[in-house]
Design a protein around this ligand. Structure first.
Ligand SMILES: [Zn+2]
Length: 474
């Protein structure tokens, strides 16, 4: 289940308020006692359990008021994120509900909003994705003439300013983030077989559901010195943030990539997310995950260890896979608690269509051994390079050995890359979904009018980062 950080924060604030009230009452009591010099008979009686003192009654009332307010805030958040039934159940379960007209009015309000909701057409849910965001345009894009990586950064990467502007614009147009796993249900058919069917998502009229994924959130060594964040961390408040090194090598801690930026956006706009959903993150394994060097390849001499990795290991003599995995797992656990989910992107960023079955099996074993211990099990594959097992439609499940292998390994959600507005496909045993790249290439060619395939989401000319140079054609 997703827990909601906002709700926890509000509950903590309510408890703090209550403690402050108690402290004030205690200080006042002590002050009164020392003034009149007499023992406080009320207090004695209350200690003996005979008759509660005035201050005890006030403290109990303050505590009850704080608890009631915390529950109201929790219900408001549930309702803002479209879970009206849970909000109603929560308030109806409070003591004194039957005589509390404020609570009854709130429930009537939730019920009225719920009555305006209409079912989302699951087959018209769009799915967008980003890679790691560019923080420093100069370092990422600066050398278009002589550095192929700067060209790649320009084509495939989105900047922080573009991401923030798209997020705001989609919110303003009524888009609501849902989980990939909100889209389907597994039902038992008349023959007793489990089948994948579209789920029901109810949203107020005018709202539109979308799914978000993030690819390659490994902070690969190849990104070093190109103006990207270095990794995800937990800051001193326990919030998921980035480490980022600027051009002078100074370390900054803050929101420098999609995860903390979206967390902050949903905290400020709870109705941007359906029941606390965030995105699903497609992870490879070969350079570790989330900026931690968690892969067994980092043991020097391992056959997959390349020169970047050996240089990194030499610069980190105290490195241990165990401590990297433990630190990465803390971040992944905090992300999951905030609504983020994880998917396989294959360990080695393979093209599943071109790779042999044997290669895919060995690769998936590496993913299971090196990534699952950090992020947990998943039922979703987000194909690298967008290359799918087969063309769009039903997979040939009876004859496709690669499909059969992935299915036997517990994968039943398969995502590729598709520029069309929406692509959702159900068969009995799985769901497929196409994803739209909102990268430099897509934004630029829409902004200059050579493509028109994002206007349902935003106006690309408004979004394009003014520090982005012209994007070379593919
Ligand atoms: Zn990728």
């Amino acid at each position: 289940m997703r827990r909601r950080r906002q709700r926890r924060k509000r509950a903590i604030m309510a408890i703090c308020f209550f403690l402050v009230v108690i402290a004030v009452i205690l200080v006042a009591t002590v002050a009164l006692k020392s003034c009149d010099g007499k023992p406080n008979s009320d207090n004695k009686q209350s200690e003996a359990g005979l008759k509660p003192g005035k201050e005890d009654k006030e403290a109990a009332a303050a505590k009850a008021a704080a608890e009631r307010q915390a529950k109201i805030d929790e219900a408001d958040l549930l309702a803002a994120q479209y879970d009206y039934d849970s909000a109603i159940e929560l308030l109806k379960g409070l003591e004194g509900y039957d005589t509390d007209t404020e609570l009854q009015d709130k429930v009537a309000g939730y019920e009225a909003t719920k009555a305006t909701c209409v079912p989302v057409n699951i087959e018209e849910v769009t799915h967008i994705f980003y890679h790691t965001l560019v923080v420093d345009e100069e370092r990422a894009f600066g050398n278009q003439a002589n550095d192929n990586q700067c060209i790649g950064n320009n084509q495939w990467m989105t900047t922080i300013d573009e991401f923030n502007a798209i997020t705001q614009e989609m919110y303003d147009r009524g888009y609501v983030l849902v989980s990939l796993h909100d889209l389907y249900e597994v039902e038992t058919d008349e023959n007793g077989n489990e089948v994948y069917v579209p789920a029901t998502i109810m949203l107020p009229e005018g709202k539109k559901a979308f799914v978000l994924s993030l690819d390659d959130l490994s902070y690969y060594h190849s990104y070093d010195n190109y103006g990207y964040a270095a990794r995800l961390i937990l800051d001193e408040n326990g919030d998921v943030m980035n480490e980022y090194y600027d051009a002078e090598g100074n370390l900054h801690i803050g929101a420098y990539d999609c995860v903390p930026l979206l967390d902050q956006f949903v905290e400020e706009h709870p109705d941007a997310s359906y029941r606390g959903a965030k995105g699903i993150i497609a992870l490879t394994g070969y350079n570790g995950v989330l900026g931690y060097r968690t892969d067994e390849s980092y043991e020097i001499g391992h056959q997959y260890c390349d020169r970047h990795m050996e240089a990194w290991i030499n610069a980190h003599p105290d490195f241990s896979i165990e401590s990297e995995r433990a630190a990465a797992k803390e971040v992944a656990d905090a992300m999951k608690a905030n609504g983020w989910e994880f998917a396989s992107h294959t360990w080695g960023h393979l093209r599943v269509g071109d790779s042999t079955l044997e290669r895919l099996q060995a690769d998936n074993e590496r993913w299971q051994n090196n990534v699952v211990p950090v992020v947990g099990e998943t039922d979703t594959i987000i194909f690298a390079h967008g290359q799918d097992l087969e063309d769009w439609g039903d997979y040939d499940t009876a004859n496709n050995a690669k499909y059969q292998y992935f299915r036997s390994e517990g994968f039943n959600i398969f995502c590729n890359v598709d520029a069309t507005q929406y692509a959702v496909w159900f068969d009995d045993d799985y769901m497929r979904m196409g994803r739209r790249n909102l990268d430099g290439y897509r934004i630029y060619y829409n902004a200059i009018g050579e493509q028109n395939n994002v206007s349902d989401l935003f106006d690309a000319a408004e979004i394009l980062d003014e520090d982005r140079p012209p994007v070379p054609p593919l």
